[in-house]
Write a protein of this length. Structure first.
Length: 128
């Protein structure tokens, strides 16, 4: 009986912890598109917890999408960078438990004209 209890108790505690984590966190995600609506892969996106100073970084994928799952509740700063474009910084993003905030790059950050001569603009917009 004691042996079963020794197995059951840790399993129950782990399940309780895992269940509570699902409601103590949130996520920030979004996509990057240029002025024509084309996706922009390879944008470096960083999210920083303003109170704790913890940072996470990712790149937009082939579809221009990024996601930061399992973020602790708090205020965040999101930055987006891509060579040839002005750095974007958005501060004061309040993430609450079990929330999902979408931060799409769709308002003009900066326009660049690469050597090929094609003008490209990166946009940033917040939608929730």
């Amino acid at each position: 009986m004691l042996k079963r209890f020794g197995i059951l108790l840790p399993s129950l505690l782990w399940a309780t912890y895992a269940y509570s984590q699902a409601f103590d966190t949130g996520q920030v995600s979004g996509s990057a598109r240029d002025a024509s609506g084309s996706v922009i892969p390879g944008v470096s996106v960083t999210i920083r917890n303003e109170a704790q100073g913890q940072e996470r970084q990712t790149l937009t994928n082939e579809q221009g999408y990024y996601v930061f799952p399992n973020l602790t509740v708090g205020r965040y700063t999101v930055t987006g960078e891509l060579a040839g474009f002005k750095k974007f910084v958005k501060t004061g993003i309040q993430l609450s438990a079990a929330s999902s905030i979408r931060l799409d790059f769709s308002r003009v950050m900066h326009c660049a004209t690469p050597e090929a001569g094609k003008r490209t603009c990166l946009f940033i917009e917040i939608s929730r």
